[in-house]
Structure formats: structure tokens, C-alpha cells
Design a protein around this ligand. Structure first.
Ligand SMILES: [Zn+2]
Length: 131
């Protein structure tokens, strides 16, 4: 249910932003999803559709941009992209140690790509009744 709780959180945040901006309908939500969230985009979209039902977000498109994860190695000091094995499915990779891209050490600290953030929402603002 990882994706469902993430989707609910995206819906809550987007709803708040939309309502405070006087939106009547949201057409798209743009999110940046870090590699180390291990969220599966298709599942996230599916759950977003469920979580947004009966709200002004219903029918909005969830646009996901993937952000590469970053690591800091405790052994060699390298900081940069991880070298996750692309063949390992997300469900397993989430439990695998993050290996340094330079020396292969598993003694690493995640410094980026662990979050998901809403970068923007595209909404229709209710027309004012000024003649
Ligand atoms: Zn290293």
C-alpha cells in the first residue's frame, strides 16, 4: 500500500493548494518522484485516480518526473548517483543496501531522491461573476 499512501498525500497537498488558489477543477498535477521512494509510477497513477475520486482533482492527470537518487559513501567520500541494479524489481530493491557508485561499499547514506514533491498543479480557476 506504499503507493496508496503516497497518492493520498499528493491528493491532500494538491487539494489544499487548489482550494487556497480558488480553483474549481484541477487538470494536472506535476510531481517529482525520487528514485529511493521506490514508487512505481503506474501504481501511483492508479492510486491517485482512486484517491482523487469525488474531489476537484478527479480526472486530473498525474505527471511523474523521476529524480535520480544520490548517495554519500562513508568509505571513499564519493557523492553521486547510486548504481542500483536495474534488473532488481523495486519491491526487492527497497530492502537492498545502496551501494557506492565508485567503490561498491554498502556503507552509504542517502542524500537525495528519497522524497516526492509536487512541483506544480494546473487548475481552472472559477470565473468571477463580474459583468
Ligand atoms: Zn565509496
Amino acid at each position: 500500500m506504499h503507493e496508496f499512501s503516497a497518492a493520498c498525500s499528493i491528493v491532500d497537498t494538491a487539494l489544499e493548494a487548489a482550494i487556497s488558489n480558488g480553483a474549481s477543477r484541477v487538470s494536472a498535477v506535476n510531481v517529482e518522484v525520487g528514485e529511493f521512494t521506490f514508487l512505481i509510477p503506474e501504481q501511483l497513477i492508479f492510486n491517485f485516480e482512486i484517491a482523487s475520486r469525488n474531489s476537484i482533482l478527479e480526472g486530473a492527470e498525474l505527471r511523474i518526473k523521476k529524480v535520480t537518487g544520490r548517495l554519500l559513501c562513508n568509505d571513499c567520500g564519493f557523492e553521486g548517483e547510486s548504481n542500483l541494479d536495474p534488473d532488481i524489481p523495486n519491491q526487492i530493491a527497497v530492502f537492498a543496501p545502496m551501494k557506492c557508485g565508485k567503490c561498491g561499499s554498502s556503507s552509504t547514506k542517502i542524500t537525495g531522491g528519497r522524497d516526492f514533491v509536487i512541483t506544480s498543479i494546473e487548475a481552472e480557476v472559477a470565473e468571477s461573476f463580474v459583468d
